[in-house]
Ligand binder design. Structure first.
Ligand code: 5GP
Ligand code: MG
Length: 178
């Protein structure tokens, strides 16, 4: 593999991420206290590290499932199409569901995924996004819980990639081309 032609500047340390997840987990446990079995749905692939850390902080009965969506951008269109590449393995009708996303950017992905999941009749449907770029929003949507609001910068690490690289960084950093 070719060497990186960019630098990564740390934006959010592993320590800050862990502390934030601990706080968010307490709120999630309060919200879902008494749930039969919470279905935690990770949106692949960017949320895989976040969901792994998050579920280990949840003192609740949980089931873990995954869904993969891809979005097409069309420079000439303000709307974007979202395709489901991998659907859930389990059923969510009548269940409590928590959708786990890495970044809410324009909002199209989360909007589409929530519409699909809502159509299956969950008892409760909430969302958590590790990162939010509110300045980029095109669809009026907000996750129930957000880890960190960040500026309009391209980020990598902690599960989030640049051309499939850097998902294994323990922190979140911004990409700077050299
Ligand atoms: P949205 O539909 O909200 O525009 O898209 C959100 C998705 O775009 C995120 O789940 C993520 O996969 C991708 N995305 C948005 N911002 C970034 C970023 O800064 N870095 C990376 N690697 N992906 C991003
Ligand atoms: Mg994503």
């Amino acid at each position: 593999m070719s060497p990186r032609d960019y630098e990564i500047d740390e934006l959010i340390s592993a320590k800050r991420i862990a502390a934030r997840i601990e706080g968010l987990s307490r709120e999630i446990c309060d919200t879902f206290a008494g749930t039969d079995q919470l279905v935690v749905v990770g949106l692949l692939r960017g949320s895989f590290v976040f969901i792994a850390d998050l579920v280990r902080e949840l003192d609740l009965p949980v089931e873990v499932d995954f869904l993969e969506a891809s979005s097409y951008g069309d420079a000439m269109e303000s709307r974007r199409e979202v395709r489901i590449l991998k659907d859930l393995s389990g059923e969510i009708g009548g269940r409590d569901v928590l959708v786990v996303e890495d970044i809410v950017d324009t909002g199209f992905t989360l909007h589409h995924v929530l519409g699909l999941l809502r159509s299956r009749g969950p008892a409760r449907l909430e969302t958590i996004a590790l990162l939010d770029k509110p300045s980029r929003r095109e669809v009026d949507i907000k996750a129930t819980w957000t880890g960190f609001e960040i500026p309009d910068e391209f980020v990598v690490g902690y599960g989030i990639d640049y051309a499939q690289r850097d998902r294994n960084l323990p922190y979140i950093g911004t990409v700077r081309f050299t």
